[in-house]
Design a protein around this ligand. Structure first.
Ligand code: COA
Ligand code: ZN
Length: 306
C-alpha cells in the first residue's frame, strides 16, 4: 500500500502531560486545525479518572462540541469498563484500551495487575465490538519497561495474539518511553507481521533518545503503514519516568512524503496547527524538521528554499 495513515494523538497523549490546563474550546480549535490539514484519524482524549489525569476531565464536553456520534477514525482511550460506558454515552465510536506489557507498568498506570489488565482489556474489546464500536488495543511499554527492563519478544507476541483473539481491530505497538532501537523494532515488527499480518498492526513511538523517526522507518520496512504521532512532538506519559514527547506529526508526514507514501496531509496547514498547539500549551513545540518546514512551507517561506 503506497499510503501511510497518520493517527494524531496530540489531543490525548500530547496534552495529558502538559502543566497548563487546556480548555475545551482550545482543544476543539486544535482538532479543527488538524482536520483542516487533512488529518482524519485523531485520538481526541481519554475517559480516565479526572484525579489521575486532570487534563482529560473534559473529554465528554469536547466530544459533544466536535459532534455526536464522533466519526470512526476519531477515538478515545479508555482504561476500564467505566471508561467504555462513558465513551459510549458520549457518542464515541472508536475506543482504545491500554495493556502494558509488564506487571509494574500496569500497576503504576491503571492500578491493576497484569493479569487483571489482560482480562479487562479482552472484556472491553469484546463488549465494544458487540456494541459496533471499532476497538484498538495499545500494548504499552512493548519493547522496554522503565521499571522491569527489556520485554521478551515471545511475551509481546503472546499479548498481541490475545488482543487479536479478543477481536481487536488494531493493535498499537507502543514504545512508551522511547527506548527501542531501529534494529529491535525491525526484528519485533517482522515477527509480529509474520504472525498477525501487517494490516492489524500500527506503531507508536516516543522520541526520548532521538530514535522515533528511525523506529518508524524500521516499521515501514517491516510493512507497517499506520503510526501515531503528535503535533509539534508534544507528549509524554505522566506515569513513566523520563518519557519525553511523541514522534512529531510533521516529521512523520515529511518522512512519508520523502519516501513516496501518500498521507493527504498539507504541511503548510500543519505549521498553523503547531503554532496553535504552542500557544495553548505555552511551550515552544516543533519536531526535528520544523525549522526547515517553516522556511519551506511557512507563511514567510517558499517551497524550494533550504
Ligand atoms: N473515567 C472517569 N472516572 C473514573 C474512571 C474512568 N474511566 N474509572 C474510575 N473513575 C473514578 C471512579 O469513579 C473514582 O472516583 P471517586 O474517587 O470520585 O469515587 C476514582 O476514579 C477511582 O476509581 P477506582 O475504580 O478506585 O480506580 P483507581 O483509583 O484504581 O484508578 C484508573 C484506576 C484506571 C481509573 C486510574 O488509574 C486512571 O484513570 N488512570 C489513567 C491512566 C492514564 O490515562 N494513563 C495514560 C494513558 S496510557
Ligand atoms: Zn505515548
Amino acid at each position: 500500500m503506497n499510503k501511510i495513515i497518520v493517527n494524531e494523538v496530540g489531543p490525548r497523549d500530547g496534552l495529558q502531560n502538559q502543566t497548563v490546563l487546556v480548555g475545551v474550546d482550545e482543544k476543539y480549535q486544535l482538532i479543527q486545525q488538524l482536520m483542516a490539514a487533512g488529518i482524519n484519524h485523531i485520538e481526541v482524549g481519554s475517559f480516565v479518572s479526572p484525579k489521575a489525569v486532570p487534563q482529560m476531565a473534559t473529554t465528554k464536553d469536547l466530544v459533544a462540541q466536535i459532534g455526536q456520534p464522533l466519526p470512526v477514525g476519531m477515538s478515545a482511550l479508555i482504561p476500564n469498563v467505566k471508561g467504555l460506558e462513558l465513551a459510549i454515552e458520549s457518542g464515541v465510536q472508536e475506543v482504545a484500551v491500554v495493556l502494558s506489557a509488564t506487571e509494574t507498568m500496569n500497576q503504576k498506570n491503571i492500578n491493576m495487575s497484569l493479569q487483571k489488565t489482560i482480562d479487562v482489556c479482552s472484556e472491553i474489546v469484546t463488549t465494544a465490538k458487540k456494541s459496533n464500536l471499532r476497538a484498538k488495543a495499545y500494548i504499552g511499554v512493548a519493547f522496554v519497561c522503565p521499571f522491569e527492563g527489556d520485554v521478551p519478544l515471545p511475551w509481546l507476541l503472546d499479548l498481541t495474539k490475545m488482543m487479536q483473539q479478543s477481536g481487536a481491530d488494531e493493535i498499537v505497538i507502543a514504545d512508551t518511553i522511547g527506548a527501542a532501537s531501529p534494529s529491535l523494532v525491525k526484528t519485533t515488527m517482522d515477527l509480529l507481521v509474520a504472525h498477525l499480518g501487517s494490516e492489524i498492526l500500527s506503531g507508536h513511538f516516543h522520541d526520548t533518545r532521538g530514535m522515533a523517526i528511525a523506529n518508524c522507518y524500521a516499521s515501514i520496512e517491516a510493512g507497517i503503514r499506520k503510526f501515531d504521532s503528535s503535533i509539534g512532538g508534544m507528549g509524554g506519559c505522566p506515569f513513566t519516568p523520563n518519557a519525553s514527547g511523541n514522534l512529531a506529526t510533521e516529521d512523520l508526514v515529511l518522512l512519508a512524503q520523502q519516501c513516496g507514501y501518500e498521507t493527504n496531509i498539507d504541511l503548510s496547514k500543519l505549521i498553523t496547527a503547531i503554532e496553535y498547539a504552542s500557544k495553548i500549551t505555552n511551550k515552544s513545540l516543533g519536531g526535528r524538521s520544523y525549522p526547515w518546514l517553516q522556511r519551506n512551507y511557512g507563511a514567510q517561506g517558499k517551497v524550494g528554499s533550504c
